[in-house]
Design a protein around this ligand. Structure first.
Ligand code: NAD
Ligand code: IPM
Ligand code: MN
Length: 361
C-alpha cells in the first residue's frame, strides 16, 4: 500500500462542494486499489481573506509545497470583488501557481458521445472532439511588470504588461510536443504574431523546437482564428499550446463543446515531460470558478473536480489504472443518463457523485 499526502484547498462557493465530491471518489478508489490518500484541508481565496486577512498565507503555500499534490476547488465571489481591494481571492490562486512553479496547465477537452445533445453545437461537429490545451500558467499578462493604477494627467490610468522570456515559452511548448507524441502528433501553437512582439518570440521558439520533433506537425494559428475554429472545426485539434491569457479565454469557450463549464478538469505541472508513471508534484483544479449563482444549492456539477482527481492520480502518482477507473465511471454514469442541471438533468451534486461511485470498478 502506498501513502499519498493530498492538500485540499476547497476555496469559495461551489469549490467546497465539488472538492468534497472528489474526496469521496478518491476514498473509494483508495479502498478498492489499496492506496492510502491522506487529506489535509486549508483555506484559500475569499475564505482565507475572511479568516486571516490574506488570500493565501505563507503557511498554506508551504503546506502546498510539501504535499504530494494539491486539489483546489475555486476562488472568488461578489463579496470580495471591490475594484479597489488590495487583496483579492484570485491573487491567492495566482500566488499558489507561481509559488508551486506549475507553468504548464493541461486542460483536456473531450466530448462524451452521450453528451453531444448537451452542447449548443450541431452533434456532427462534435464527433471525435478530443484535444488538450496546454496553457502557460506562470507568466504573461498575469504576472508582468509594471502592473499598477495611478493618476496620470488628471486621469485614472492603468497598465498591465505582457512579457515572456524565451525559456518560459520553450518549456511549455516542449510539454505540448511531448504530449502530442503520445497522441495524434499535431501541435497548434496559438499566438497573435501579426500584432504582438511577445507572440513573434513565441512563434520563433515554437519553430526552433519543432526541429527536435520531426514526427509532430506544427501549425501556427492566430488567436482570433483559433477562437473561430474551436467552434467551426473543433475535431481538427489535437494539442493546442498558448500563452496564459489566451489559454484562459479559449478553454472557457472550449467547455461549451463538452456541454458545460462543470465538465473540464485541469492539471498544472512544473516539469517539462508529463510522462505517466512518474511521481511529481502538481496542482489540480477544475476549470470552472466558484459559480456564485448556484453556490450553496447543492447542484454544482462535480465532474470537473472528479476528473481533476483522476489527472492527479495519473500525473502526480503514476496510478494510471486508478485514473482510468475514475474516467470510466464518469463515462458510464453519463451514458446511463446521470445529469446535473447544467447538463439538462435534475441530479444534485451528491446524487451525481453517487452515480459515479456506483460505477467505479
Ligand atoms: P464561473 O465559472 O464560476 O461560472 C460561470 C457559469 O458557469 C455560471 O453560470 C455557473 O453557474 C456555471 N458553472 C460553473 N461551474 C459549474 C459547475 N461545476 N456546475 C454547474 N454550473 C457551473 O465563472 P464566473 O461566474 O465568471 O466567476 C465567478 C467567480 O469565480 C469569480 O470571482 C471568478 O474570478 C472566479 N473564478 C475562479 C476560478 C478558479 O478558482 N479557478 C475560475 C474561474 C472563475
Ligand atoms: C481559471 C480562472 C483563473 C485564471 C482566475 C480565477 C484567476 O479563470 O483558472 O481559468 O484566470 O487563471
Ligand atoms: Mn478561467
Amino acid at each position: 500500500m502506498s501513502e499519498w499526502n493530498i492538500l485540499l484547498l476547497p476555496g469559495d462557493g461551489i469549490g467546497v462542494e465539488v472538492v468534497e465530491a472528489a474526496v469521496q471518489v478518491l476514498d473509494a478508489i483508495g479502498a478498492r486499489y489499496d492506496q492510502h490518500f491522506r487529506f489535509e484541508r486549508r483555506l484559500i481565496g475569499g475564505a482565507s481573506l475572511d479568516a486571516f486577512g490574506a488570500s493565501l498565507t505563507d503557511e498554506t503555500l508551504s503546506d502546498a509545497l510539501e504535499a504530494d499534490a494539491v486539489l483546489l476547488g475555486a476562488v472568488g465571489g461578489p463579496k470580495w470583488e471591490h475594484p479597489d481591494a488590495s487583496d483579492r481571492p484570485e491573487r491567492g490562486l495566482l500566488r499558489l501557481r507561481k509559488g508551486m512553479e506549475v507553468f504548464a496547465n493541461l486542460r483536456p477537452v473531450k466530448v462524451y458521445p452521450s453528451l453531444r445533445d448537451a452542447s449548443p453545437l450541431k452533434p456532427q461537429k462534435l464527433e471525435g472532439v478530443d484535444f488538450i490545451v496546454v496553457r502557460e500558467l506562470t507568466g504573461g499578462l498575469y504576472f508582468g511588470e509594471p502592473r499598477r493604477r495611478e493618476i496620470r494627467n488628471g486621469q485614472e490610468y492603468a497598465v498591465d504588461t505582457l512579457e515572456y522570456y524565451e525559456f518560459e515559452i520553450a518549456r511549455v511548448i516542449q510539454v505540448a510536443f511531448e504530449l502530442a507524441q503520445q497522441r495524434r502528433r499535431k501541435v497548434a501553437s496559438v499566438d497573435k504574431a501579426n500584432v504582438l512582439e511577445s507572440s513573434r518570440l513565441w512563434r520563433k521558439v515554437a519553430l526552433r523546437l519543432a526541429q527536435s520533433y520531426p514526427d509532430v506537425t506544427l501549425e501556427h494559428v492566430l488567436v482570433d482564428t483559433a477562437a473561430m475554429k474551436l467552434i467551426s472545426s473543433p475535431a481538427s485539434f489535437d494539442v493546442m499550446v498558448t500563452e496564459n491569457m489566451f489559454g484562459d479565454i479559449l478553454t472557457d469557450e472550449a467547455s461549451v463543446l463538452a456541454g458545460s463549464m462543470g465538465m473540464l478538469p485541469s492539471a498544472s505541472l512544473g516539469v517539462e515531460f508529463p510522462k505517466p508513471h512518474v511521481r511529481r508534484r502538481g496542482l489540480y483544479e477544475p476549470v470552472h470558478g466558484s459559480a456564485p449563482d448556484i453556490a450553496g444549492k447543492g447542484i454544482a456539477n462535480p465532474i470537473g473536480a472528479i476528473l481533476s482527481a483522476a489527472l492527479m492520480l495519473r500525473y502526480s502518482f503514476g496510478l494510471e489504472k486508478e485514473a482510468q477507473a475514475i474516467e470510466r465511471a464518469v463515462e458510464r454514469a453519463l451514458e446511463d443518463g446521470a445529469r446535473t442541471p447544467d447538463l439538462g438533468g435534475a441530479l444534485g451534486t451528491q446524487q451525481m457523485t453517487q452515480a459515479i461511485l456506483e460505477r467505479l470498478q
